[in-house]
Design a binder for this molecule. Sequence first.
Ligand code: SF4
Length: 364
Amino acid sequence: MLIDRITEGLRDPELAGRLSRQIHDAATRPLRLMEVCGTHTMAIFRHGIRSLLPAEVELISGPGCPVCVTSAGDIDQIIDLADRPGVILATFGDLLRVPGSDCKNLAEARAEGANVEIVYSPAEALKIAQATDRTVVFPAIGFETTIPVIAATALEARQKGINNFKLLVSHKVVPPALYALLGDPELAVDGLICPGHVSAIIGEKAYEPLAAKFHIPCVIAGFEPMDILSAIYLLVRQIQDGQARVENCYGRVVSREGNPRARAMIEKVFEPCDAQWRGLGAIPGSGLALRPDFSDLDARTAFGLVFHDVPEPKGCRCGEILTGKVKPPQCPLFNTRCTPTRPVGPCMVSSEGTCAAYSKYGGL
Ligand code: SF4
């Protein structure tokens, strides 16, 4: 079968054309498929996947951009800490321009004198802590993909006795958010393109209860054009056949069991907690917090931070975009007051944000 050849030609135009024709043939009614992951959103735009699909197949973006789903209240805490004397905020660059509730972002805080360092890994933040007497805070944002490496850094900080390294943890895990999304009667989705990187950790089997409960097909995909087209084809075929199974077209990376060692590392350092998602609100058990054994690493405890549930930037519809209810052109600020150079909301800031993808590549 054609999809068995994906590893031979992940970007082969001839194979892509043939798979596109198979999707056209298989899709006999309107279907809405959600790509859960922000990296998929960008790949879909970058490779022009939408242009290969029939009008019946609509792709909608989901809540899989970690920066975008980080609540405005969490962003405020990060900016608050950056402004404190004696603190070095060591962060990934994608947080730099995410506005807080008063529209100020980390880049502006840095311009006003806050000590904000861009790092490419939590290990780099730990190295900064080793070389300074100041307190180094790393905002721990991300899904199952990035959490193991942050857990490893926490363990290293503990083992080396580096006491001035703190984590501001806003980690989120994907399955509870999918339950919340699919339980929303306003969201009519026929199938899920499941995230490749997250699935490498949680495994195929993590989606099986979800597929059964909501009778929704789930297909795990990689990030090459043929990965995504193959996933769409499998979803369309399942839907037409009335099936709701978990399939995996990213078998070169994702196994049924996932990565138990990485999960064990996560469980050693973190425990489940409720979390506030931009767009989805509070979802029970959808976040991770440091275990009591690691509370000395907790920036919230060290600085007595209190979470405030603050509103979205005025006029920004990121919350509805992250839940697939509207598309960026439906936001009155899209490409007018909100642009990649002057973003109003996180979906325009992040390299995985849906508004950024629409703005960069166009599309409806
Ligand atoms: S276009 Fe800008 S303001 Fe509108 S939803 Fe997207 S990020 Fe928010």
